[in-house]
Design a protein around this ligand. Sequence first.
Ligand code: COA
Length: 174
Amino acid sequence: MLPFLTSARLDFRHWTEADLPLAFSLWGDPEVAFYLGGVLTLDATRDKLQVEMDRQQRFGVQYWPIFHRSTGKFAGCCGLRPFRNEPRVFELGVHIARAFWSQRFGEEAARAVIGYAFDQLQLDALTAGHNPGNAHSKALIARLGFTYTHMQPWGPLNLDHPFYRLERPNPASA
Ligand SMILES: CC(C)(COP(=O)(O)OP(=O)(O)OC[C@H]1O[C@@H](n2cnc3c(N)ncnc32)[C@H](O)[C@@H]1OP(=O)(O)O)[C@@H](O)C(=O)NCCC(=O)NCCS
C-alpha cells in the first residue's frame, strides 16, 4: 500500500483488518499504554481497530499507522479524531512504539499530521490532551505550539486531562 502522507523518516498509511497483530503490539504493550488508560486485550484491540477504520470511512481521519521508511518497521500511529461537536476541529494523537522512543518520532509524526490537517483537510483548529503525569507528552504538545485551554475527562478511567488548542495559521502571517 502506498503511503498517503510522508515525513523525513516515516510513511503513513491506513489501517486494515490484517493489521491486528501490529495494532496489538502497540496497544497491548504496557509501556506504551501506561498513560493511555492501560493495555488492551486482543479483543479490545480488534474493536479499536474497527473504530479507527470506521472513522476513516465517516470522517476521513484516523490514528494512522506509521512505518519507519528505511527499515519498513511499524513505528506506531499518529493522526486525528473528531473532537466534541466542532466539525472543523479534530483531536491530534500520537502513540509511538517502544523501539522508536527517544528519537523524536512523535514530534516528526505530529508535525506531518498538523500539516495535513491544515493544508489538505483545511481544518480550523486542532486540540490535544495528555495524561497529567505524562511529562514527555506535555513537552511535545508545547513544542508543537499548542496553547492550554481547559481540563476535560478522558479515557477509560475518565481522568481529568489538560487540553490544548492550535489554530490554523493565518496565511497573511505565515
Ligand atoms: C510521548 C511521545 C508522544 C513523545 O514523543 P516525542 O516528543 O517525539 O519524544 P520521544 O519519543 O523522543 O521520547 C521523549 C522521551 O519520552 C520518553 N517516553 C515516551 N513515552 C513514555 C512512556 N509512556 N513512559 C515513560 N517514558 C516515555 C522516552 O523514553 C524519551 O525519554 P528520553 O528523552 O529521556 O530518552 C511518544 O514517546 C509516545 O508516543 N509515547 C507512548 C504513548 C504516549 O504516551 N503517547 C502520548 C499520549 S497523550
